[in-house]
Write a protein that binds this ligand. Structure first.
Ligand SMILES: [Zn+2]
Ligand SMILES: [Zn+2]
Length: 221
């Protein structure tokens, strides 16, 4: 099954211009089976997510993109702290010990490699440096590609994955219409619920896939 693990809806994520209907339509066009709604620091109430899922006719799974001391971290499954209290990575890792949540590191090197980084005078880190960062080994999987990152950044993450292998996933990180499903994650086993998703992510039975049919560089917004 194919799941887009990372997407933002308007108005729940203020940075997004895509409605839920936009995201679902785009994901469906690309053959994606389920979509995770990962708003910034806000979770969909379970009943609303279930109702929305019935309405659009596609499994919608629960996630959230947390702002932490190490940057953004995607979390799937039931979190214990109120989100306004903010998480530090070590608190997330501690909560993850009971096996009910899965953590993914999104865009590990965003704005660190590619044209824009070069224009800003930034020298990209070497792969070993990326792989040595704390979050790299504490999450359950690393996001290898999305619409919000450049091809040079995808190459750098791929090289870091060779230096220090981790399970790898992909998600669109869609913030605009027609983007959902451009990147997704292939799961080896069925994913029918957020609990299934958490289990499979934690087991690393995942692979990143690109579904936009393009070979040329990304142009993130
Ligand atoms: Zn992010
Ligand atoms: Zn995001």
């Amino acid at each position: 099954v194919l799941v887009d693990l990372h997407a933002h809806t308007a108005p729940r994520s203020s940075c997004s211009r895509a409605t839920l209907e936009d995201l679902v339509a785009a994901a469906r066009t690309r053959g994606v089976d389920a979509l995770c709604l990962t708003e910034h620091d806000v979770a969909w109430p379970a009943d609303e997510l279930a109702a929305a899922s019935r309405l659009v006719g596609m499994p919608l799974l629960a996630g959230v993109e947390l702002s932490t001391d190490v940057g953004h971290v995607l979390a799937y499954g039931p979190l214990r702290r109120p989100l306004w209290a903010k998480y530090r990575l070590e608190q997330l890792v501690e909560e993850a010990e009971d096996g009910e949540i899965a953590l993914v590191l999104p865009h590990p090197v965003r704005r660190e490699a590619g044209e824009r980084a070069a224009r800003a005078g930034r020298t990209p880190p070497v792969p070993a440096e990326v792989a040595a960062r704390t979050a790299w080994r504490h999450v359950h999987a690393v996001e290898a590609a999305s619409t919000q990152t450049t091809t040079a950044e995808h190459d750098l993450v791929a090289a870091a994955l060779l230096a220090a292998p981790r399970p790898a996933v992909a998600g669109s990180d869609a913030h605009a219409p027609k983007r959902a499903g451009t990147f997704a994650t292939r799961f080896q086993r069925p994913v029918r619920s957020t609990a299934d998703l958490v289990e499979e992510l934690r087991a690393g039975r995942v692979a990143p896939v690109r579904l936009d049919g393009e070979e040329q560089p990304n142009h993130p917004e």
